[in-house]
Write a protein that binds this ligand. Structure first.
Ligand code: PMP
Length: 407
């Protein structure tokens, strides 16, 4: 990707090559418009934090200040607060993961973990395999370290193992080095699908045979609606998986606390990289989360989130059935997203200005591919608007889609 010279930027010639991967997406300006209150935004991925017990969080903040204020306001360990790392083991145990507290590294959200892992492993020109479609801001990170991204096909059961094998063979035949397989196996962002248990085993086997490290990104696994998903890939494979977790979706993204569970040797490098980047993750927000988890029914609160999001998922699926019955979409069993496929001749990116005019926003499918695919797809989020607004948003969307069909 090249960045166009910008006359307003006198330092244009000074940027490092890697900065060219940091191009603002074409739809960014439209999203600024889409944040107006009269627009129903099905575009973002903002958790519904109003469902949290605000009083309990306030109490936790007060207790942290009263009982250990000086420590919470100080720099901390580059690996993260030991008490919180113990509690993170309890969170991961819910998804079948057994680990040592020594192998957990707390980061500034899992986004930062993505940055650190990529920094540790990717040279310019190395290949990262990722689902097609894949989490947009992971693609931005990979590009900013000048990785090449190869998308592996997925279907309703997640990554397709045969496509993975075919891509590995093709990339190798082209003489390139594959370093990572990046996957969001559970309630994927953006496709909303989940990798089946058998495929988890198959994908791990293929990765092991080919010496490829699996980067398992799992922010949504505990937000299931119809029974728990298969256990995390990290629950079956320790040495070949770097696992990313976060409090952003099960608690609140404003804390900016996530973590990495890494193979023992990699963990040492990660701590050094974390220190180089931020010295230590926020002592204050780690302390608040740790305090909250020790006094609040945090598992019950995750259950409340499940109920909120299940109702919204149902509202979205019902509205799609009612207003756009001839389109195709995925049926997520958890998470935040539905992936919609438009009739072939419709282009979700060129349709977006018209949608914003009709006061509804979505994310065009092309955002989730590094190679221009996804024109006939869009991601609809059901996490933030109320069920009524979701229904109204889908109704407005149907006006836009039907209007485009007539053109
Ligand atoms: N990975 C995925 C798949 C996500 O959807 C998100 C948030 N949208 C992140 C990582 C980053 O989350 P955070 O940095 O808030 O932990």
């Amino acid at each position: 990707m090249t960045t166009q010279p910008n006359n307003l930027d006198q330092w244009f010639d000074h940027y490092a090559d890697r900065a060219s991967g940091l191009a603002a997406s074409e739809v960014r300006a439209l999203f600024a418009v889409a944040s107006r209150p009269e627009v129903v935004s099905l575009a973002g991925g903002m958790p519904y934090v109003s469902a949290l017990p605000q009083d309990l969080i306030t109490d936790s903040i007060n207790r942290v200040m009263r009982d250990r204020g000086p420590a919470a306001l100080q720099y901390g360990s580059g690996q993260g607060l030991p008490a919180l790392r113990e509690q993170i083991l309890e969170v991961m145990a819910l998804e079948g993961i057994q680990a040592s507290v020594d192998d957990v590294v707390v980061t500034t959200g899992s986004q930062h973990a993505l940055e650190l892992v990529t920094k540790l492993f990717i040279n310019p020109g190395d290949v990262v395999l990722a689902e097609g479609p894949s989490y947009v801001t992971a693609l931005v990170v990979f590009r900013s370290f000048q990785a090449e991204i190869a998308h592996v096909e997925m279907d309703e059961f997640g990554l397709v193992p045969d496509s993975l094998r075919a891509h590995i063979a093709a990339v190798r035949a082209a003489g390139k080095t594959i370093k990572l397989l990046y996957t969001v196996p559970t309630f994927s962002n953006p496709a909303g699908v989940t990798l089946s248990w058998q495929r988890r085993i198959d994908v791990l086997e293929i990765a092991r045979e080919n010496g490829i490290l699996v980067l398992e990104d799992n922010p949504y696994g505990l937000l299931y609606f119809d029974g728990p998903p298969p256990h995390a890939m990290r629950s079956v494979e320790e040495e070949g998986v770097i696992y990313l977790g976060t409090f952003s979706k099960t608690l609140a993204p404003g804390f900016r606390v996530g973590w990495v569970l890494a193979p023992h040797a990699v963990r040492e490098k990660l701590i050094l990289a974390n220190e180089a980047a931020v010295l230590s993750p926020s002592s204050f927000t780690q302390s608040v989360i740790s305090e909250y988890m020790s006094v609040a029914d945090w598992k019950g609160q995750i259950g409340t989130f499940r109920d909120v999001y299940r109702e919204r998922r149902d509202a979205m699926l019902t509205a799609l059935d009612d207003y756009l019955p001839d389109l195709d979409w995925t049926v997520p069993n958890g998470g935040f997203y539905v992936w919609v496929t438009l009739p072939n001749n419709l282009d979700s990116k060129s349709m977006l200005p018209r949608a914003v005019k009709e006061l509804v926003a979505y994310t065009p499918g092309t955002a989730f591919y590094a190679d221009g695919n996804g024109r006939s797809n869009m991601r609809l989020s059901f996490c933030y608007p109320t069920p009524e607004f979701i229904r109204e948003g889908v109704r407005r969307l149907s006006t836009v889609v039907n209007g485009e069909r007539e053109l």
